[in-house]
Design a protein around this ligand. Structure first.
Ligand SMILES: Cc1cc2nc3c(=O)[nH]c(=O)nc-3n(C[C@H](O)[C@H](O)[C@H](O)COP(=O)(O)OP(=O)(O)OC[C@H]3O[C@@H](n4cnc5c(N)ncnc54)[C@H](O)[C@@H]3O)c2cc1C
Ligand code: SF4
Length: 470
């Protein structure tokens, strides 16, 4: 620890977002950066605690005290080496990780002014790219081959680790490009897609082979109609996972959670009701230069938009709707409003606080309501005009278990020409695969976070190495 008293004299300083009236007109990243002097001052606030809870809270086991110390001392190269010893892609987590480590920081316990680990992480990796420290490392081959199915963060981190161990790695994906939800879900204003392309160039140089437009399905999935509601996943070229397990020494299945949770209430088939990803992934494709037919466009321009679902996906819909020129944006959530404030008495430090989250997209303007149940989509001539909703209350269940929902007010109508369903994703039901098939990321855990997907990919790579070294 370079400066043992810095946390007493230097305040937490975040780089903050670009001003709303500037950022709302484009899809460029909203977050700004601190100058390198301020960044080093922020790093100096880390106390290198005897028991660093940040290590424990970060699913990757990242070591903020170590790299913050190097950063404070101006040794950016050492900071980069320490950071990448546990994290294959800090340029992703540095931008979009919720910073689980920061909530567990000891400085968050007292004054709610934790260290700025996530931003420090982004600064270290961007500096490393600028200074050309990030070089492809072409490993010696060990003669064994692994197939990774799904090129999202979990698959990419498993592929990176296995490749570096000497395995010949092929990655296939059902879409036309790599990144998974990083590319086809998370909006550009949170993560510029050039950041993924920059990493992909390195992975290719390191010898990983990528093939796109190929879908991996289980034997049972091939026999039955696959359950998924995403038409952008390839349907023409299919490989059977069990067959691949015979062809390759090991297979990683990191196919995420392709099925979004639906809302099957009357009027669901009206034009104007979409899954969140129909809009988000299409917008990312449009920004990448893809031509979409006018009649297929999912665009909020001039519309009253209702986002159903109060989580992060919903928040990304809000930011995207604003940038597309929505007339108004409302977000409703069936659950009660979470407690406001930095602390959640039911889930105390160092756990992640389940408190109200206000994102950059919320700041841009939106009506937010909780305890709202959706009853019916209303329309005229096949087109959505509004949604009948009802305020509810949750009462304890006399039989124990989940609380029960009770109407609290008369139904009302929210005017909307566009509804975005952002209610999460179904956990995939995986069959019993041969013993050399390993599940990683959301495909294993259900919908989660990028940092957890990366950690899962690294773990699976280790498990495969142990399995194949037997
Ligand atoms: C809108 C949105 C915003 C989010 N924002 C954040 C955020 O800010 N921070 C954060 O930490 N997390 C965020 N998440 C969650 C995060 O994106 C996921 O947890 C993470 O991407 C999971 O990684 P994965 O590799 O397991 O799966 P995915 O990223 O879903 O990747 C799976 C890959 O498998 C491919 N695939 C699917 N089926 C098949 C098949 N049968 N055969 C071949 N390939 C297939 C897909 O094309 C995809 O490339 C967000 C999620 C969404 C939906
Ligand atoms: S990946 Fe997330 S939790 Fe881990 S150190 Fe970085 S910001 Fe913290």
């Amino acid at each position: 620890m370079g400066n043992p008293k810095a946390f007493l004299t230097i305040q937490r300083k975040e780089a903050g977002y670009r001003p709303i009236n500037d950022r709302i007109h484009d899809f460029s990243e909203v977050e700004q950066t601190l100058n390198s002097n301020d960044r080093r001052l922020q790093a100096s606030r880390c106390m290198d605690c005897g028991v660093p809870f940040c290590h424990w809270a970060c699913p990757l086991g990242n070591k903020p005290p170590e790299w913050n110390d190097a950063l404070y001392k101006g040794d950016w190269k050492l900071a980069y080496e320490l950071l990448t010893s546990t994290n294959d892609f800090p340029e992703f987590t540095g931008r979009i990780c919720p910073g689980l480590c920061e909530k567990a920081c000891v400085l968050n316990l007292m004054e709610h002014e934790p260290t700025t680990n996530r931003e420090d992480e982004a600064a270290i990796i961007e500096h490393a790219f600028q200074e050309d420290y990030v070089k492809p490392n072409i490993p010696m081959r060990n003669g064994k081959k692994v197939l990774v199915i799904g090129a999202g963060p979990a698959g990419l981190s498993a592929a990176t680790q296995l490749n570096q161990m000497g395995y010949l790695v092929t990655v296939i994906d059902a879409r036309e490009n790599a990144g998974g939800l990083l590319r086809f879900g998370i909006p550009n204003f949170k993560l510029n897609k050039a950041v993924i392309d920059r990493r992909m160039a390195i992975l290719r140089e390191e010898g990983i082979e990528f093939k796109f437009g190929i879908r991996g399905v289980s034997k049972t999935e091939k026999e039955h109609q696959p359950i998924q509601n995403d038409p952008t996943l390839a349907n023409d070229k299919i490989v059977v996972i069990e067959d691949m397990a015979k062809k390759y020494d090991a297979v990683v299945v990191s196919t995420g959670t392709p099925t979004a949770r639906d809302l099957p209430i009357p009027g669901r088939d009206l034009k104007g009701v979409y899954f969140a990803l129909e809009m988000l992934s299409q917008e990312n494709r449009v920004l990448a230069g893809e031509d979409i037919k006018k009649e297929d466009l999912v665009n909020a321009k001039g519309k009253n938009v209702l986002v159903i679902g109060g989580g992060d996906t919903g928040s990304d819909c809000i930011g995207t709707a604003h940038r597309q020129g929505a007339k108004s944006v409302t977000q409703i959530e069936i659950m009660p409003k979470p407690p406001v404030g930095p602390e959640d008495p039911k889930n105390p430090w160092p756990n992640w606080p389940r408190t109200l989250k206000t994102t950059s997209s919320h700041e841009e303007g939106c009506v937010r309501r909780w305890n709202i149940n959706s009853l019916e989509f209303l329309g005229k001539d096949g087109k959505l005009t509004g949604v009948k909703v009802q305020e509810i209350t949750w009462v304890p269940n006399p039989d124990g278990g989940r609380p029960l929902m009770k109407p609290a007010k008369e139904p009302e109508i929210i005017k909307a020409e566009m509804v975005l369903l952002a209610m999460g994703f179904l956990r995939p039901q995986q069959p019993e695969f041969p013993e050399n098939v390993f599940l990683a990321g959301d495909a294993a855990s259900g919908a989660s976070l990028v940092v957890r997907a990366l950690a899962s990919g690294r773990k699976v790579a280790k498990d495969i190495d142990t399995f194949l070294s037997k």
